[in-house]
Design a binder for this molecule. Sequence first.
Ligand SMILES: Nc1ncnc2c1ncn2[C@@H]1O[C@H](COP(=O)(O)OP(=O)(O)OP(=O)(O)O)[C@@H](O)[C@H]1O
Length: 352
Amino acid sequence: MPETAAIEVQGLGKRYQRPRPLRELLRGAPVPAPVQALQDISLRVGQGEVLGLLGANGAGKTTLINILCTLLAPSEGSARIGGHDVQQAPQQARAQVGLVTSNERSFYWRLSGRQNLRFFAELYRVPPREIEPRIDEFVQALGLAEFADRRFDGYSTGIRQRFAFARALLHHPRILFMDEPTKGLDPNASAQLLAVIRERIVAVWRPTIVLTSHNLSEIERLCERVAIVDHGRLLRIGTIGELARSIRSHQAYLLRLARVDAALLAWLRSWLGTERVRPLPPDDEQPGQALELGLAQGGPTLTELLSALIHRGQQILRCEPVDVSLEEVFRQTVREAAPPLPTDAARLKVAA
Ligand SMILES: Nc1ncnc2c1ncn2[C@@H]1O[C@H](COP(=O)(O)OP(=O)(O)OP(=O)(O)O)[C@@H](O)[C@H]1O
């Protein structure tokens, strides 16, 4: 029998009604069109998988997470969390999830971290006998022991965020949603929090994780698959390698050669295709000249290319693959999905 997916989303959509100021309501102004925050989203996240959700501001990431955490109702479609439908069985679905957001404000600032965790554990109906052992478990795991009995308002933002993780884990959820968990942290605190997540949460409990972040290197370091969302639509989902292959059909290599002249460039271009041969700007600190060369499937292999170059008397100083960055994948995916800009002719037609 196939394993139940941790998250299964089918044709999910969400429209927000724009708020109408009373003044406009009284004037009888026309009802503004609703905001289509999500449109026909379908995806599946396996148990224990770490998925990164990438999208520009307003793309719909928080809306999707809030629906999956049962905090918002979808306008259409369905979502199941650990097999429980978020609308038909919200309590069972909610019991499976923990949520960590940025700018956490719901802790009690005059209480200590430990007292806060005790309060939320009761709220989440953690069995009374298990409350103290679980608090100790997460305080230890997240490196919070020395802070737990101090007042919350004295903590740094990084420590507050670790308490937010401890709170999200108290009821032992199998699925953890992290909506920009490092937003507002300095680079050191971000790196420390990320290390804690990776070494003490992901490696130990193996929960399913959905992470949103505008910091692409965080997504690259933590996530197995990435979903790119834009204007409420899911544009692509896959491993970074799969997404890279979907935007670039060739493998690029950086080659540094002792001597590059016009004849060599012309020969390479006739062999590999003009657009796959790119001389890089000279670097005074490096000998020779660097080229970026793209090898397409079905074309010459790297071994063939190198032996042909050696055969032509070239001295190869360096050769390494150039991987597509997640940033490049993201930008290109969103660019390809954008509606074409109106041409001048179309603009003139509209104006007329
Ligand atoms: N309560 C609301 N009422 C009306 N529109 C909303 C509401 N919440 C979000 N929106 C709109 O829905 C769209 C998606 O917003 P959402 O917050 O989900 O995006 P996001 O990808 O999380 O953005 P960010 O990266 O800035 O957090 C945006 O156009 C936003 O303005």
